[in-house]
Every structure is written in C-alpha cells, then in structure tokens.
Design a protein around this ligand. Structure first.
Ligand code: NAG
Length: 292
C-alpha cells in the first residue's frame, strides 16, 4: 500500500473498528496487477503485460484461468476495466465478482458475462448472495459492444447498499434491509475474483449454443483494477481514501440523476429479473423485491 502522512481517523460502525487513513497517495496504475492479485488457476493461460497494467485470462481446451485479489475488502468502491472475448465467444463465461470464503453462509456479488456467437449480444448476468442465500439473478444486454473496448464495471458497496455500475451508470441497487430482518453482506470481508471458464451447458441461449473450440483460445482482458476500499487486516479495517475524500462512497446512496439512468437501463436493457418471476416463486417473490 501507499505511504501515509496524516494521523489515522477512527470511526466505528456496527461495532467494527475502521481505521481511515488519508490522504491516500494514489498508486500508479503500473502496480495495478502484480502487487494486488495472485493467479489462482490456469497460470499458463494468464498473461500480464510488462508494466503490470493489463492482465489477460484465456480459456482453451486444457483449462480456463483466474486471479484473486491479495486483499480482502469490507466495503469499497471497486472498479475493474474489462474488454470481453471478441468474435465467437458462445459458451464462454467471463467473470468479475467479490466473494467471502466459501461455505453455506458465504456472501458474494457477481458480474458474469455470457458470451455469444459473433454479432449477437452478450448477456450481463448479475447475482447476489447474502448469508448463503442467492437466487437473485438479474440479466441485462449492454448498450455498447463490450468486446470493442474496455469498459468500467464497479461494485459500490457500503453499509447502506450495494450498487452495480457499468461506466458509472447504475444497473442494479441492492439495499440493506437488516432492520426488516433480511441479511445484507456487511460482516464478511470479500476478495475480488476474475475468471474465464467454459459454461456451454448454460451460458448461450440457455445452453443451446456450444463452445466452438476451433476458435480457442478465448481471451478476456482486464486493466486498471482500482479498489478504493477498506482492507480487512486482523481484527480491524484499514480504509484508504483518496485525497480530499469525504468518505463519499462510504455513505453514498444513488443520487436522483443516477436513479434516472438506472431506470433507463432497466426499462431498455434488462432481460430477466427474479423479482418479477412469479412462476419461479409461486409462493411470492423474495421479500426485498417488495421493499425496493
Ligand atoms: C445470444 O443471441 C441470441 C440471439 O440474438 C439471444 O437470444 C441471446 O440472449 C444472446 N445472448 C446469450 C448469452 O445467449
């Protein structure tokens, strides 16, 4: 981590001690990946560029690949820029997600990109597990070609809500309804994970279109991993905040203008919402759906 010059500020939330250090010396993006992540699967299929700025993961007939952040975070604004597999990516699943260690009560928040044949749209599949409970899928088409360029995908995660952002446009907002007895991910630190794997039993048109291995390797590119986040260290959290920060992301809900953008996305690009799937939930959709 960067060096610090001022006295730590201490704030306490939900009984957890959070040490906030500022100003934060913005790290150069050059150390973006080599200092922040470990490769955890398919080493031969991952490549970092010379400066450590970009990392690519490939899937071939032998293996997929994955990396994981060295740090675990509890709250943060976590950005990743991603350029998805070009051409025929049917059957492939590229991911960017945060998750606490596995187990029946784990927390997890997912962006999963379901590939398609050339010229056909990717699906951005999202889900959220709180205290082991998932089944909260929402799916979207994107309003741009995600294979042509890098786009920024963000988890804005604070004690009040978790928003999923695409190029700073919120597409989904999951609020903390603990006061109504519902679980919210706020007690288990989560690592960041990225991977590519073969999901052709499910990914493209529900599994109808299979992976065309003559096109392999399939490669997804990641860059500018930027966790503005509280790092879990032993019994405390160390929050590195940008210079001049007033903890913006920490207390922030979505502004009116963000809500309008989110409405636009959800009206025009959302293709599945568990909250409206009454066939799947014949005894009533999950409670958070009725709370907004
Ligand atoms: C792939 O393209 C088909 C046809 O346009 C579409 O129905 C489907 O939603 C697209 N995406 C995926 C991941 O299947």
């Amino acid at each position: 981590m960067a060096s610090f010059t001022s006295t730590p500020k201490l704030i306490s939330i939900f009984g957890a001690l959070i040490v906030c250090l500022s100003p934060y010396i913005t790290p150069s993006f050059a150390d973006s990946f080599d200092k922040k992540v470990d490769l955890i699967w398919g080493h031969d299929n991952s490549k970092m560029d010379d400066t450590g700025t970009q990392l690519s993961l490939s899937l071939d007939t032998m293996s997929g690949s994955a990396f994981q952040s060295k740090d675990a975070y509890l709250f943060g604004r976590i950005d990743m820029q991603i350029k998805l597999v070009q051409g025929n990516s049917a059957g492939t699943v590229s991911t960017y997600y945060i998750a606490s260690p596995g187990g029946p009560l784990h927390d997890e928040v997912d962006f999963e990109f379901l590939g398609n044949i050339s010229g056909q749209p990717y699906i951005l599949h999202t889900n959220l597990f709180a205290h082991g409970q998932g089944d909260r899928e929402q799916q979207f088409y994107l309003w741009f070609d995600p294979t042509a360029d890098f786009h920024t995908y963000t988890f804005l995660w604070n004690p009040r809500h978790i928003a999923f952002l695409v190029d700073d446009i919120p597409i989904r907002d999951f609020k903390n309804h603990e006061d109504k007895g519902l679980f919210f991910p706020n007690s288990q630190p989560m690592n960041v994970y990225c991977s590519i794997w073969d999901g052709d039993g499910w990914a493209t048109r529900g599994g109808l279109v299979k992976t065309d291995w003559t096109q392999s390797p399939f490669t997804v590119h990641y860059q500018n991993f930027n966790p503005q986040a509280c790092v879990s260290q032993k019994a405390s959290l160390v929050c590195n905040l940008p210079e001049g920060s007033d903890y913006t992301w920490f207390g922030q809900m979505l502004a009116e203008t963000d809500l309008e953008k989110m409405k636009w996305v959800r009206e025009n690009y959302m293709i599945y919402d568990y909250c409206t799937d009454v066939k799947r939930f014949p005894n009533g959709v999950p409670p958070e759906c009725l709370l907004g």
